[in-house]
Structure formats: C-alpha cells, structure tokens
Design a protein around this ligand. Sequence first.
Ligand code: URA
Length: 433
Amino acid sequence: MRMVDVIEKKRNGKELTNEEIRFAVNGYTQGEIPDYQMSALAMAIFFQDMTTAERAELTMAMVESGDQIDLSAVEGIKVDKHSTGGVGDKTTIALAPLVAALGVPVAKMSGRGLGHTGGTIDKLESIPGFTVEISIDEFTNLVNKNKLAVVGQTGNLAPADKKLYALRDVTATVNSIPLIASSIMSKKIASGADAIVLDVKTGTGAFMKELDQAKELAEAMVGIGKSLGRNTMAIISDMNQPLGYTIGNALEVKEAIDLLYGRGPDDLRELCLRLGSQMVYFAGKAESIEDARKKLVEVIENGKARETLKTFIKAQNGDPSIVDEPEKLAKAKYLIEVQAKSDGFVAGIEADQIGTAAMLLGAGRATKDSEIDLAVGMELHKKIGDFVKAGESIATLHSNREDVEEIIERVRDAYRFSKEDIGAPTLIYDEIK
Ligand code: URA
C-alpha cells in the first residue's frame, strides 16, 4: 500500500477501508510515514469528511497505538464523563461522588490543565495531601472498594492522537469534526470506559462557539461510541458565561462541595443532575432517567454523596475534613473587588476573558511547565440576567499579588450590560442519543 494512494482516495471524497486507515495511522505513529503526507491526509479529511465507519476505525487505530487501561477487574458498568472544556467547569468534582454514592463505579483517568485553570487533577490537588500518583492496581482496588478513584493519565494513552494533534495544530486542521471526535473518543475508550456521557459546550468560552457546530461534534462522538459498542450520549450545554460562580482551583473545589450540601449555583446543580442521571441510568442503577435523578437528589439530601467524597479523599491521602470545613483549603492573600461602572442588566459575560483573567492571576498554566497557584482565582457575583448598580461589586479577585489593575479591567470588560433584562440563558440546548 502507498500513502499517496490513500491521500488521493480521500482527496477525491471516497471512503477509506479499515486497512487504509490502519496503514496511515500505524505508519505515522511508527515514523514510517512523514509529517507532510499525514498533513495532506488530515487536510483531505478536513475537506471531504469521514463516514461513521471511518471515524470509528480511526478512533480504534489511535486507541490501539498505545496503552489501554484494563478495567475488567472493576465490578459493574464503568461510565465515563467527558466535557469539551469550559471556564469554571468543576462538574467532575461534584458529579463523581454523587454517582459513586449510588454504586456507579467511577474509575477516572484525568489530566492536568493547559487552560485557564487547572484540570480536574490540579483542582483535586488543592485538597491538602491528595495524590493521584497511585498504581493501576491500587486504582482498580479503590474503585471496587469505594466506587471512586482518580489516577493521573498515563503518558502512553493514544500516542497516535498525540502526534496527530500536534501536527493538526500547525497545519490548520484542528477544526475538523471527524478528527476532533476521534481524538476525544480515542482517549475515552483507551481509558476503559464501557459507556460515555459527553458534555459538549457551546458559546463564547467554548471550543465550539456555534450551536450547530457543537451539535455536529456531539453527533459525531455519539456515532463513534455506538459503533464501538459503547452506550454513548451527549448533552449540549451553555458556555456563554462561566459555569457556577467560581473560577480557580481551590475555589472551584469549595463550590463543588457546596453542591453536595444542597447549596451551590443552580446551573452547576442542574448540569450535574442531568449528566449524573444519564450516568446512573447507563450503569444500570436506575430504571429510568427520572428515577436516577430522584436518587441523585436523595444522596445530596441524606449526606451520602458527601460521605463518598470524604472516603475518596482519605483513600488518596487527602484531608477529608475539608468537606466539612472547606475554609481549610488554600486561601489567597488579597481579596480585591471589581466594581461596575454603570447600572444595567448583565447581558453577557465573555467566559474566555474571565478565564484569561484567572490565568493571569496564576490559576492556570501559560505553558506546560508553569506552576499553578491553587489558591487564586475569582468569584463572580453577577451572572446573565442579574441587575447591577454602578459601584456594586461584580466579582472578587482572590490574588496573591496587589498589582492587578490590568486584570480588574479585563474582568470589567468581559461583562456586557443592557437596559433590558434578557433573563437567564438556556443551560442545556439539546441531547444527542
Ligand atoms: N480535544 C481533543 O482531545 N482533541 C481535539 O482534536 C480537540 C480537542
């Protein structure tokens, strides 16, 4: 087989065979196919798209290029959740103990963040003592015992995807639905998921800015999951403003804990209940989505979800007392208010800008090797639809430095005001099953 023929076939809009897809992916991963030929194929896919069968094969070729986590020793149906990423997205931290409290095994392999704030692991590491440096054996034992464990991502998960993603980044081929969908799904499947619940974000702070793009991506991922025998569904949720009120690692952990006390922001709670109901249903722990939702509300109200969180934290060396006393989490030195300049209803909050402001405070990594300050970030006081008076605080920065004028301006500029109340935005636009 010759790579040039594979490129030409895709360029002409034909469907590639499984053998052709494997030939390209394996050859590229092993260094036998050069970057320029793989770039040409990526560009041909960008313009000509792929069928669901091709997307599924591409996904499996990337899965099989590296380690696959064997979770067969974990009892029950392992349901993973994935979010395409957003500002203030602390869903996993609340959701994992919530569903685990109902007996759903949550075997989560997570990464660190290269975004506005840390990833789930960074957030969890703001709990004193907490570690994700556990062996895979320990990880599966903990899931069997406590129904919940989190481990750091192995470096050899879908290496073909890693190499191809880096190439796409410099060849203007990141934004291709079949390539994004297979990239994300390859990592989920290599992590051992039996079923997958996806949270595809859309809006100013999301990877997919437009709703129809987000739907297309969700449909592509659900199509791949189902073709590969995994129960898969997606929720399309709003990212036209940050999720919840906090952005920053320790601050987000505190907000997630609040939710397990039955407090916490409405948007975060609703999203957790919607995603959680699907996870519980897929895991066979409820008869219907409605039944699953009822059970989730029960474990919030009877404290079982908080107990599950404590057991999980303790098992991974963390201090479980932070669940009852979240004020023990790291705190920044300075609290600095951001005041509104005029009256009006909040009509929009550029989530991207808020995320960048949090990163500039030190909550996120500018480069792979940057150190994160787990204590810093911000708390928003106003969200879309709220009325604000001139001089009123719209946000509090949690900072370890005082020279934050530029960041204050950035947060202020991220808010858009209007004379009329536009009401709260839609949180969940659609479900793809
Ligand atoms: N995230 C991924 O993991 N892959 C992509 O291609 C895009 C976003």
